[in-house]
Design a protein around this ligand. Structure first.
Ligand SMILES: Cc1cc2nc3c(=O)[nH]c(=O)nc-3n(C[C@H](O)[C@H](O)[C@H](O)COP(=O)(O)OP(=O)(O)OC[C@H]3O[C@@H](n4cnc5c(N)ncnc54)[C@H](O)[C@@H]3O)c2cc1C
Length: 419
């Protein structure tokens, strides 16, 4: 068996949290080895924000920022006091990548390229002379009493160090390399871990006509999720139709609650296409339209009000069947039905998408088993646990990456100051 040279610390995983930790520890003088199973670093980071990287959320008041982590808030005060949102802005700015803030406080690099974020992180590590070994998949951690002493990779190479960092990510988007290995290691070492489920994820429907709307996105829609004829959840915002259902930030942020409802029974989504118009007023508008365009077929009339693709799918719904009818021949009852449908477009939600389409999966190590002042394991004081390996629920909007910058920096600082 080959043994690799001794390092102060070995970081497993070249995602945002691992790279931040490695760079910071090296900056403070630690000899750092980073091991990554892929051939390239930061594969998931490059996908973030649709390739633009929503790097953080610009809520500078830490208490207000942490309100987005209701279950984990009490653990996060200490690490965020050490490295918060303002520090993220300052860090990237100091590395010549200023951030800009967009709608809903989402912050992006001014250049709008996730690749530039990755470049900052790789340069940070290069400056500190971090040794990086790619194509190295760690398969086991070895301990002596309450201390981790070594790792083994897929070729049975052994790695020894004083400290070890698990930054292997969660289970969302496993094709990027995050296959949940860290959680398995921690489980084996005696930590309590929670099973992973896709959390921030699109919703599926079996309604073919919704699939046909794939590619359309519509802002300021109201959507309700209904179970047993009662509205259980209500949201307003942009909805993106896909070939399997509905997506967009509004939807993926509702997925966790919808998933819980689905465990109890069937759920319908009900979309209001005209949330700012009362049903009676919409009826008047449609009546005017039908009068004005009476000699036209409905398939040429309704697209005057809504996207043609949506208009045609709605007119062909079994309940309506109005496409080929002339506007002047629409009965009062048919018109009322149409208006009601536009305000209550209903289709079943058949499930949430799987890990492959997830932005964030929950699960991971139990938070009370981590010392958040240093990001060390409470069972193994020379083991650090970062980023998506922690069981922290959060919304989309840059909150996940901020957790990585914060936990990575805090661990790196502790490693570098306790050599
Ligand atoms: C499509 C998509 C878009 C997203 N957009 C955003 C966004 O805009 N803003 C935001 O805040 N969050 C976003 N997220 C979430 C964010 O990407 C993650 O929270 C973040 O990448 C987690 O970082 P990490 O360092 O914990 O782990 P990861 O980024 O998952 O990195 C873990 C690394 O460890 C490596 N690894 C795993 N196991 C081993 C092993 N056994 N040995 C060696 N290496 C191993 C993996 O190959 C991987 O490179 C998005 C996620 C997805 C999937």
């Amino acid at each position: 068996m080959k043994t690799f040279e001794q390092f102060d610390v070995i970081v497993i995983g070249g995602g945002p949290s691992g790279m931040m930790c490695a760079g910071r520890a090296a900056e403070l003088g630690a000899r750092v080895l980073l091991l990554e199973k892929n051939a390239t670093l930061g594969n998931k980071l490059l996908l973030t924000g649709g390739g633009r990287c929503n790097i953080t959320n610009a809520i500078f008041d830490t208490n207000a920022f942490l309100n987005n982590f209701p279950e984990a808030k009490k653990y996060l005060h200490s690490p965020f006091a050490q490295f918060g949102v303002q520090d993220t802005f300052d860090f990237f700015s100091a590395h010549n990548l200023p951030l800009v803030v967009e709608a809903r406080n989402r912050a992006f690099p001014q250049t709008q390229h996730a690749q530039d974020v990755l470049n900052v992180m790789t340069n940070y590590m290069r400056k500190g002379k971090v040794t990086i070994r790619m194509n190295t998949r760690i398969i086991s951690l070895h301990r002596e009493a309450q201390k981790i002493v070594s790792l083994r990779d897929q070729n049975n190479v052994e790695y020894r160090a004083n400290k070890f960092v698990i930054a292997t990510g969660g289970l969302a988007a496993p094709e990027t390399g995050s296959t949940g290995d860290g959680v398995t290691f921690l489980d084996t070492l005696g930590h309590t871990t929670q099973k992973s489920n896709p959390n921030l994820v699109p919703l599926k429907t079996n309604a073919k006509w919704i699939h046909n709307l794939s590619g359309i996105s519509w802002s300021f829609m109201k959507i309700r999720f209904v179970q047993e004829e009662k509205t259980r959840l209500r949201k307003t915002g942009k909805i993106l139709f896909t070939h399997f259902g509905i997506s967009g930030p509004l939807i993926i942020n509702s997925a966790f609650e919808v998933k819980k409802l689905l465990e109890k029974g069937p759920v319908d989504a009900v979309i209001d296409l005209f949330p700012d118009t009362e049903e009676a007023e919409l009826d008047r508008k449609i009546l005017n339209l039908l009068t004005r365009l009476g000699d036209k077929k409905m398939k040429n009339v309704l697209p005057e009000m809504i996207f043609k693709k949506i208009a045609l799918e709605i007119l062909d719904l079994p309940l309506l069947q109005l496409s080929e009818k002339f506007a002047k021949n629409i009965t009062r009852e048919e018109r009322k039905n149409l208006v009601h449908t536009l305000k209550n477009l209903t289709f079943p939600i058949t499930g949430t998408c799987g890990m492959d389409k997830a932005i964030v999966a929950d699960g991971g190590v139990k938070l009370s088993e981590v010392d958040f002042t240093t990001m060390t394991s409470r069972l193994y004081p020379n083991l650090y646990i970062l980023g998506d390996v922690l069981n922290i629920n959060r919304p989309s909007g840059g909150f996940s990456l901020q957790l990585c910058w914060t936990t990575g920096f805090v661990a790196g600082t502790h490693i570098g100051t306790t050599l």
